[in-house]
Design a protein around this ligand. Structure first.
Ligand code: SF4
Length: 280
């Protein structure tokens, strides 16, 4: 039976009750993240948990790591500053699809290309949950939301393709139904030196379901289970067969130079050259 360790990582009672609706996927992703850190044997003081704004961004307030609940779309600049100031820390970011890819979209692509050793979990429920159900950058074309009453015209971002193309060292996707796969991806992301992006596809049974009639949390989880296909399986399917499928697995696993290491080398080089000049 799975050992339940989440209670050891939650803050005392003053942070509760939490804001998440019954059936929300955010708690599942938080549990997977906590278990990944636990399995890596990291102490709470070694981990900094950063977020922006949104339903999932409440997670750092609920857990007993060093936490920073920042402002909308700016989790990655905060996380970058923390990591550069103390590269020994393990920095994990939670960011919703709106937070990461709309207001924070520019920070997201530049963090990928910078390839700094931060792990970001993009909790993708295809809608702005906290602010009332507006269309997010990952809302499927034709889906409904508060700002898309006749159906969304835009095409959704593919989070993993975007992150891999922008230069992240590690990119993976799992759904909230695939709990152990999700935990494994987060663990691999934390272990990887460089920028890691894990897309966690989750249900929003309140707002997304309200506009799209997708049922309760458990119905949405079952749909995630039915729609998920591995990268290997996806390679055998036609574009028509892949429609509506969620391809899960690892999309990038590279070893490009990590930013803090590059920065340290640069400082050392500059100091050496200064000393040489002074000795002339
Ligand atoms: Fe979760 Fe959606 Fe409720 Fe936000 S609105 S807490 S994403 S179910």
């Amino acid at each position: 039976m799975m050992e339940n360790i989440i209670h050891d990582y939650l803050r005392p009672k003053k942070s509760f009750p939490h804001v998440w609706c019954p059936g929300c996927g955010d708690g599942i992703v938080l549990n997977a993240m906590v278990r990944a850190i636990h399995s890596l044997g990291k102490s709470k003081d070694e981990v900094v948990f950063v977020s922006g704004i949104g339903c999932s961004s409440r997670a750092p307030a609920y857990t007993d790591f060093s936490s920073l609940h920042g402002i909308h779309g700016r989790a990655l600049p905060f996380a970058t500053g923390i990591k550069l100031a103390n590269p020994k820390l393990t920095v994990v970011v939670f960011s919703g699809d709106g937070d990461a890819l709309a207001i924070g979209g520019n920070h997201f692509i530049h963090a990928c290309r910078r390839n700094i050793d931060i792990t970001v979990v993009v909790i993708n429920n295809n809608i702005y949950g906290m602010t009332g159900g507006q269309a997010s950058p990952t809302m499927p074309t034709g889906a409904y939301g508060a700002t898309a009453p006749y159906g969304n015209l835009d095409r959704p971002f593919d989070v993993c393709k975007l992150a891999a193309a922008a230069g992240a060292n590690y990119v993976a996707r799992a759904t909230a139904f695939q709990f152990f796969q999700l935990e494994k991806c987060i663990k691999e992301g934390i272990e990887k030196k460089g920028f890691s992006v894990i897309e966690a596809v989750t249900p929003c049974p309140s707002l997304y379901s309200f506009f799209n009639n997708t049922g309760r949390g458990v119905d949405m989880l079952k749909k995630l289970r039915d729609r998920a296909v591995t990268t290997q399986k996806a390679a055998t399917l036609s574009p028509a067969e892949l429609e509506d499928k969620i391809v899960t697995g690892v999309f990038a696993n590279e070893n490009f130079r990590e930013y803090c290491a590059g920065y340290a080398e640069l400082v050392e080089k500059a100091e050496r050259s200064k000393k040489n000049e002074e000795s002339l």
